[in-house]
Design a protein around this ligand. Structure first.
Ligand SMILES: [Zn+2]
Ligand SMILES: [Zn+2]
Length: 137
């Protein structure tokens, strides 16, 4: 891809730009992502930290994940939308939520993770691998 991608929060006060190919992408069905998003899963992709420029106020809420490493879920303090998060396990990457892209049409999660806690009516793409817990890394 390597084109410039832009995105941001619902109210528009937090914005980001990056030029990089996603390293991997996923939909996470863990209970924490369900609570944090208010939806049934969080769909995101990882990009190298140095490729992302952010502008506007932004905050993080940190919590230990099931694997014992910290997940810092970011959000706009004005509208509460999440756009970017970080994982202690992957210090050189940002996780960007696909739905925060200005043009989300190219984004496709390439695996489903933490499917053990997926809700029974959740729909998953049968053509991508799924893991009951975290992905093998
Ligand atoms: Zn906002
Ligand atoms: Zn999760």
């Amino acid at each position: 891809m390597q084109t410039e991608c832009t995105g941001g929060c619902l109210c528009g006060s937090f914005r980001y730009t990056f030029t990089a190919d996603p390293i991997f992408s996923f939909s996470c069905h863990c209970r924490d992502c369900q609570r944090a998003t208010g939806s049934v899963f969080a769909a995101a992709f990882a990009i190298p930290k140095e490729s992302l420029q952010m502008s506007g106020e932004y905050r993080y809420f940190s919590k230990l994940g099931d694997n014992g490493s910290e997940v810092s879920r970011g959000f706009c303090p004005k509208c509460g939308s999440r756009a970017v998060s970080t994982l202690e396990q992957l210090p050189d990457c940002y996780l960007v939520y696909g739905s925060s892209l200005d043009d989300p049409s190219w984004f496709r999660p390439s695996m489903d993770i933490y499917t053990a806690s997926a809700l029974p009516w959740d729909c998953m793409d049968p053509s991508v691998p799924n893991f009951e817990q975290g992905p093998p890394m």
